[in-house]
Design a protein. Structure first.
Length: 294
């Protein structure tokens, strides 16, 4: 059921955020100057990816957020050594330890959640029968249940992100993600939905958002080529209508990626998606202000 929106600083019905992947990769204490940059651009929130918790000082992030008036949200980075569904219990334990560290940072800086494809390692893909898939999902659920309990004790939630088929085999759709959430069995676990992935995997973006309902904890706006939202074929109109329908009250974050040697092979980013990442940030905000004005 649609709920009334209060206007945000941008005059939009959702706060608007910018992903650190657009400005600094990897993000660390050396990137704290980007808070002022994001404020100057006109965004409400800075979404930071925690590549390495050891390079992040929570107190410094909190002070930067307070100085600029920005809210903070956190995402994680999930490489082969942080696979919560791996057969090796030591690798699963490492994923849990990493996520717990991210939860600690989230609690310290005021992020409502830790988001991302935390159920497995990104770019690992395999063909499975139903039994193999079930075992992997159960391993993921067991790991994430431990983290969810810890996160709930610290006032933080987990937001699971479905990825497209070219980045993972395990969770591609909202329906699959909701199955994993049911296996975890914690109210502290929900979804972060990304229109880039949804445009590839969902039959209808709006219907998928409605199916997720109150489990949508976070939302990322990205065009079909990872370029400026509104410049391609993603059904953003259907997305906004569905978000209104479910009473979504979170932030809409613009996400794209600097094509570094580490990220380009994972996201298959072989060409520029905008004249510059600065232009992408500016024009994305302009589009969102226009279409999401109250």
């Amino acid at each position: 059921m649609r709920t009334p929106h209060r206007p945000n600083r941008n005059g939009t019905r959702y706060p608007l955020g910018l992903s650190s992947y657009i400005l600094a990769t990897p993000f660390s204490d050396r990137s704290l100057h980007e808070f002022a940059h994001v404020q100057q651009l006109g965004y409400d929130q800075f979404e930071i990816c925690i590549d390495d918790p050891e390079t992040i000082t929570s107190d410094d992030i909190r002070r930067a957020a307070e100085t600029t008036g920005l809210s903070v949200s956190l995402t994680g980075a999930f490489g082969p050594g942080r696979d919560a569904s791996h057969e090796d219990p030591d690798i699963r334990a490492n994923a849990v330890a990493y996520l717990r560290a991210c939860v600690d940072i989230a609690a310290a800086v005021g992020s409502p959640h830790v988001a991302g494809p935390m159920y497995t390692a990104v770019a690992v893909k395999m063909l499975q029968n139903s039994e193999e898939r079930g075992y992997q999902l159960d391993r993921a659920a067991g790991s994430l249940r431990v983290v969810a309990d810890y996160a709930a004790s610290r006032g933080v939630r987990l937001a699971i992100e479905p990825l497209n088929r070219y980045e993972t085999h395990l969770i591609n759709t909202v329906e699959q993600a909701l199955d994993l959430i049911d296996r975890i069995g914690s109210p502290a676990v929900g979804l972060v939905l990304d229109t880039f992935h949804m445009n590839i995997e969902e039959k209808d973006i709006g219907s998928a958002i409605r199916a997720a309902g109150e489990r949508v904890f976070a939302f990322q706006a990205s065009e079909n080529d990872r370029g400026i939202p509104g410049s391609g074929n993603v059904d953003f109109t259907g997305a906004w209508t569905a978000l209104d329908h479910i009473g979504y009250a979170g932030t809409v974050v613009v996400e794209s990626f600097i094509a570094t040697v580490d990220i380009a092979p994972i996201g298959c980013l072989w060409r520029p998606v905008a004249p510059s990442m600065e232009r992408l940030a500016v024009e994305s905000l302009s589009y969102l202000r226009d279409v999401l004005s109250t």
